[in-house]
Write a protein that binds this ligand. Sequence first.
Ligand code: C2E
Ligand code: CA
Ligand code: CA
Length: 748
Amino acid sequence: MNNKKYNNKYGIIEKQKSKASWFVLLFLVIFVMSFFYINYVQDLVYHNVYTNITEISEQTATQLNLSISDQKYFVKIMVDSIKRNHFKTIDEIYERYSGDLGNFHFTRLVILDKEGNGITSDGIEVHNYSDIEEFFNQDESIVYLSENKPSTVSDNQVNIYSRKFNFYGEEKVLLATVNTEDYQEILLRRLFGKGGTYLINNEGSVLIDSFGIIQENNVNLFDYMRENYKSKNEKNIQEINKMESDINENKVGTFDMGHKGVAYFIHYEKLDINDWYIVTVLSDDTIAKELIRVVIISTVLCLAVNLIIAFVSVYINISNQRRNHRVFKIAFIDSITSLGNERYFKEKASAFIEDETKNKYIVAFDIDKFKALNNMYGYDFCNKILDKLGETIVEILPKESIVCRISADVFSAIFSYDKNIESLLEQILKQASNIKIDDVQLHLNLSIGVYKLNKKDKDINKALDKAYMARAKIKGLYDKNYYIFDKLLENRLMEEQEIESCMDEALEKGEFKIVYQPKTLAKNEKVIGAEALVRWHKNGQIIPPYKFIPLFERNKFIIKLDLYIFEQVCKDISIWKEKYNFVPTISINFSKLHLENENFIDEYVKITDKYNIDRSQIDLEITESATVDENIDILKMLKEIKKKGFIISLDDFGTGYSSLSMLQNMPIDIIKIDKAFVDNANLASDKNIINYIMILAKRLGVETIVEGVETREQVDFVKKLSCDIIQGYYYSKPISKEEFEEYFNRNK
Ligand code: C2E
Ligand code: CA
Ligand code: CA
């Protein structure tokens, strides 16, 4: 069924939504934070790589500088000592220094004359060395280092140190050869295999390529890079151009560029030798990417854990709410109509009453003769009627109304409405009078009581009572289906308050007196007993029960009063027995409130024992409506009463809610058919029902009394239906004890 009915502004569903969106927000915040975090880490990593590559490059340059100046120094020492005439022959020179060559990574020495002829330190003859001019062109005072070139004696690339000198009048040059590979090794040493370094001169010619990619001689690094790192935008070219001009001006620098999804970090550092530069290249493939991958993985993991935690807590939360919702439903929702129940109404209406809203109304509805419908159509069908009526009321009343089913066929609503409330009620009445359920067209008659709340109203129970009072006023008004609480009822309420203030005293002073209404056996019209009815003699006036009994039911004073009446009746019976030796059965009314107290029957038994009364002479009348109270185990209590020997009759039968089938299980001796059925006896439907009740009663072995019989026609009518006992004004009104004694003696 639809949940909207109780899911109004006082409902609980909205809270669920706000919690869920809270989690979405939290997730978004985490997501955005991790995005910034990853960016931040990436920046950090890039920054790190920049310093790293600068350091690597500088260290490589230092290493290269150091090892070259070591080698230069060795060559200088050699030539200095030759100049100082320490050696007679070239062989002597070789002999002296051959042993030290390895320490300085020289492969061999060779001393050549101007034609390029000579013999190497390891005994290889050299003739007409083609590059001899390059070495003789250098200044005598310096040690010269050549760019790399192919060796004449091996397959290696070599770099050659040289210095001129005069050897016994002849111009010679000392060449010391180093394998270019050795420098390559230094260029790579600091990179741990994670990039490479180019050695270039300041025009950009690649002397050594530690990557081993550029094999040809005389490749220009700037051109090579411009060619190989072309990108869509001009940025890479610009960076390479800048490097070129920096190097021309002897500057150092660092930059990065992207190519085919890889980021390259480049640092160029000047060497102390010649016009040489080293250019170190790292790619993020090697360092940065790994780091960033780790960061991304850990962030994603973190995010996943967060997500899982969020989902788990959302799940727990939702299932908690579901459970709460279920508990809430059990405690507050009426399963038949899906509307709130009485408890829900009182709670929500109490909150609503506190609202500042104007024109607030509280309205009570019930369905006339719902009991009859129950008998006619059964519970399942009638539950559909209740559901449909609930829906109708919700539909017609303003949106924010709180509409609940209070009990059986009683609905109540509280809402604020600025326009004419009567037209609203008319609409509900009209719809109810034309309801279709399972293809059955029904004409429901409602009784509606309305109370308009004012600022002083703070107690929902009192306000609801006023609506009930207004509704009760309709019974007996044939032309009206609703009644709005008015001055008249206000006065009655005051009267009731007055009654409440003096009831205890009245009981003590014996103001409550009994009258007896005779009961007559239908078959021979002889009196067999009476019903005891209470009258309040107050200040010389007699107040009838309808003015105080409903009030006493509400304030529970009825319990005291009933016990009092019961004792008075027992007293009367014991006197009659002694005086006339007659034993009428006396019916005594007792409120259903007694049934709430498990031990009430013990008190009644005590009194009958006290007056020595035969309990089968006493007929306890319980109203039919009492038998449908869910809070009391009626059956158990009735069995208890029966066990003590009392007679039990079901009063006002046909006005309440019990179904005929319920009678089968109840230990009831007599059913008392309500006056209304006799009054409407000429209505075909009522005639059918009363007939049906009689037949059923016969079958169950239960006696029947018809009450409220006023005319001879009615007597004949009920006699024809084979009713057992008749009670009503036709035979006698309720009369005093003395009058009853006399009546009994006359008619027995
Ligand atoms: P009830 O038990 O249904 O009692 C029958 C009512 O119908 C009595 O009204 C009686 O005077 C009235 N009555 C009987 N015959 C006729 C008739 O032919 N025509 C008309 N118009 N009325 C008839 P009463 O005495 O005013 O009592 C009203 C109700 O108050 C009783 O209805 C009963 O429910 C309650 N009541 C009376 N005395 C006691 C009592 O001591 N304890 C309790 N708990 N309830 C009581
Ligand atoms: Ca009665
Ligand atoms: Ca009655």
